[in-house]
Design a protein around this ligand. Structure first.
Ligand SMILES: Cc1cn([C@H]2C[C@H](O)[C@@H](COP(=O)(O)OP(=O)(O)O[C@H]3O[C@H](C)C(=O)[C@H](O)[C@H]3O)O2)c(=O)[nH]c1=O
Length: 186
């Protein structure tokens, strides 16, 4: 597994070693000891999976209680995946990282606690799977508007197309109005 840096130091892209042969391929998608040593010393307690059609946009979400770190990847199709720094006092507060994750590139993105997360599907459909470092806590979930002008996230969607979003995400708030986390240097 190779770790690639992003414009926000604690957000990492992981690229797995793929063993191909005449049957197909094999790759290790997660190793606890390697991850603790090379990315973050965390426990994962919940795995999630979602399936979405083209231009579906899920996010930008985070939890104030049981703040979740997420290790995300795509097993079918392609998404544009985004992590936004929502840590009050962080030198990169309000900055975002965007990465194409796909079944083809097999890349993973590590989204640490303290970040809002979302993705938009760029293929006809996408199966999205991810590990979380804490349990779902819907009562403390915050939804930041995907099109917050202060974030100015460059979603790869034609101007004439609206993304498919949930009612909850339609009502997402601006980052300026969202509750944040105290910044603790990693
Ligand atoms: C997240 C979650 C949801 N649910 C239930 C609650 C709803 O009945 C249904 C759909 O939930 P929601 O619309 O919040 O799903 P997404 O919009 O995909 O939410 C996710 O979107 C972005 C990409 C994230 O990073 C988060 O993991 C998560 O917020 O699944 C659960 O039972 N457990 C869970 O952990």
């Amino acid at each position: 597994m190779i770790v690639l840096e992003t414009s926000i130091s604690c957000v990492k892209v992981l690229s797995p070693k793929v063993f191909g042969d005449d049957r197909g391929y094999f790759m290790e998608t997660f190793r606890d000891d390697w991850f603790r040593e090379n990315v973050a010393d965390v426990n994962f307690v919940q795995d999630n999976q979602s399936s979405s059609g083209k231009y579906t946009l899920r996010g930008l979400h985070y939890q104030l209680v049981q703040t979740q770190g997420k290790l995300v990847r795509v097993i079918s199709g392609e998404v544009f995946d985004v992590a936004v720094d929502v840590r009050e006092g962080s030198p990169t507060f309000g900055h975002w990282v965007g990465e194409y994750l796909s079944a083809e590139n097999r890349k993973q993105l590590w989204v640490p606690p303290g970040f809002a997360h979302g993705f938009m599907v760029t293929s006809d459909e996408a199966e999205f799977v991810y590990k979380c470092t804490d349990y779902y806590h819907p009562d403390s979930e915050v939804s930041i508007a995907w099109n917050d002008p202060l974030l100015a996230i460059d979603w790869p969607i034609p101007d004439s197309t609206n993304p498919v979003v949930s009612e909850k995400d339609e009502l997402g708030c601006s980052l300026a109005a969202a509750p944040s986390f105290p910044y603790e240097k990693a």
